[in-house]
Design a protein around this ligand. Structure first.
Ligand SMILES: [Zn+2]
Length: 242
């Protein structure tokens, strides 16, 4: 489905929700804390946590994939600010212990992991997916597993063909000119919710949030670094999601 058609259908289906009334246009509202992973949102799912609409869409997609012998399994979904902080600090400690300077450590972390408060996993819309029917490799979330000889290739082909019709889009695409986070063939977002969330997120003063961020290494977040991080890591994603 073309994105424009998809969005048209989505907004029509939202508009047809009875409680909104015929003349109300639906603009979802998210608090700053929701967007930064600092609230306690209502989440759904067995073994994973997603917003209600995203969960419903995921179950539909899972059912369809199952008919093709693919068991879509979520390995990561909602993550709080505190959780992301633990990931960040564990990596920061490991890399600086290995001899990297603080700035080198930060550059290495942000190849795949986000600064707490900037993860799309804070939104309950994004998820990392593998095929539970395959024997799980030591590290599942590697690009090679999703390539032609990899265990998740069948999943990738199916998702390339069908995920968008359920509202799920890859965020960090294989587009060579894309900067920011590396290609993540496992990371999908439920676009009908995450597109407005990214819009709302852009109204937050991220500069201020990151500079006030009390995480290991945050004293090295220069103005220049933050500007580049926002431009490349937050906004240089699949253009369908902007
Ligand atoms: Zn992810």
């Amino acid at each position: 489905m073309q994105r424009r058609d998809f969005l048209k259908q989505t907004s029509l289906s939202i508009l047809s929700l009875p409680f909104l009334g015929a003349f109300t246009s639906y603009i979802p509202e998210f608090s700053k804390n929701d967007l930064l992973g600092k609230s306690t949102p209502l989440l759904y799912g067995k073994g994973y946590r997603l917003q209600k609409e995203a969960h419903k869409a995921f179950l539909k997609m899972k059912k369809a994939a199952a008919k093709e012998g693919i068991n879509l399994q979520v390995v990561s979904s909602y993550r709080s600010y505190a959780h992301q902080k633990r990931i960040w600090e564990r990596k920061y400690k490991r890399f600086t212990k290995q001899g990297l300077s603080p700035i080198q450590a930060i550059e290495k972390i942000i190849q795949y992991s986000t600064i707490p408060g900037t993860s799309r996993h804070h939104w309950g819309t994004d998820l990392d997916i593998i095929d539970g029917n395959q024997k799980r490799p030591k590290s599942s979330l590697l690009q090679e597993n999703f390539e032609s000889k990899g265990v998740y290739y069948k999943q990738k082909i199916w998702m390339d063909k069908h995920a968008q019709s359920y509202g799920f889009y890859l965020v960090y695409t294989s587009e060579l000119t894309r900067k920011g986070f590396k290609y993540e063939p496992w990371h999908y977002t439920y676009a009908p919710l995450s597109i407005p969330m990214l819009k709302a997120y852009q109204n937050i003063d991220i500069h201020q949030e990151l500079q006030q961020n009390n995480v290991l290494g945050s004293q090295y977040f220069s103005e220049e670094f933050i500007k580049k991080y926002i431009f490349e890591n937050i906004l240089d994603i699949n253009p369908s999601l902007i």
